[in-house]
Design a protein around this ligand. Structure first.
Ligand code: 13P
Length: 244
């Protein structure tokens, strides 16, 4: 399976910047398409605008969230069929920033994943422990619970392990930390889904930079990376996408 390099632009980018960023990475991405799958998740406002450009260059189009219902009286929200209609292929669900600022819980994230799948989107479910949970030795129990409660039956999407303490801090998890969490997550997914070991792709996210991307991507069990800050610069994102 190709490793996935996914960029999460979060709430960054106007049309001009977004188009320039995609144009700057598109040509260089072509050479690595055999080994790496590249997906970009711009803000909703750029989704339809960038869709044709991304499709031309064989780059997947991600969204950063969707509603659990396909339609309805939910002012300001965006549904899975609306995203699919624009050509979206992947949707990030349960990012720690959504959990913190929009009070999303595991049950809601599970419902979103079911709806996303029903409309042909590949859900990328985020899990991760806080710094205090890590220090208290509670990370494994917390991650097990997040997987069990967020991941629906017959899940064929992606999981992203994003330790909250590593997001936006410039301090990625160590390789040995990533390896042991990957092993736990694959184990829990295997039991939860009753599928073959390691058949679910698990990404690592949290301060991934070009200089440490190769060693992170080489860690056993890592199916790719979910990149925040470094995906906003063509040079950094390409450095990560081509690493190793
Ligand atoms: P950073 O790469 O900026 O730490 O963000 C990671 C992230 O939250 C990706 O979803």
């Amino acid at each position: 399976m190709r490793q996935m390099i996914m960029g999460n632009w979060k709430m960054h980018g106007l049309r001009g910047q977004g188009k320039r960023l995609v144009t700057d990475i598109a040509e260089a991405i072509a050479g690595i398409r055999e080994t790496r799958e590249v997906v970009l998740a711009p803000p909703f406002t750029l989704t339809g605008y960038l869709a044709p450009l991304l499709e031309t260059h064989g780059i997947g189009l991600g969204a950063q969230d969707c509603h659990a219902e396909p339609e309805g009286a939910f002012t300001g929200d965006i549904s899975a069929p609306m995203l699919a209609d624009l050509g979206v292929t992947h949707v990030i669900l349960g990012h720690s920033e959504r959990r913190e600022y929009h009070h999303e819980n595991n049950a809601l994230i599970r419902r979103k994943a079911v709806t996303a799948r029903r409309y042909g989107l590949c859900p990328v479910i985020c899990v991760g422990e806080s710094g205090s949970q890590k220090e208290a030795g509670e990370a494994d129990r917390w991650l097990t619970r997040q997987i069990t409660e967020c991941v629906p039956d017959n899940f064929d999407g992606i999981v992203a392990y994003e330790p909250i303490w590593a997001i936006g801090t410039g301090k990625a998890a160590t390789e040995s930390d990533i390896e042991s969490r990957m092993s736990l997550l694959h184990d829990v997914l295997h039991r939860h889904l009753e599928t073959d070991d390691k058949s679910t792709r698990v990404l690592y996210g949290g301060s991934v930079k070009p200089e440490d991307a190769a060693s992170i991507l080489a860690v056993s069990g890592v199916g790719g990376v979910l990149v925040g800050g470094a995906s906003l610069s063509a040079e950094s994102f390409l450095g990560i996408a081509k690493a190793g």
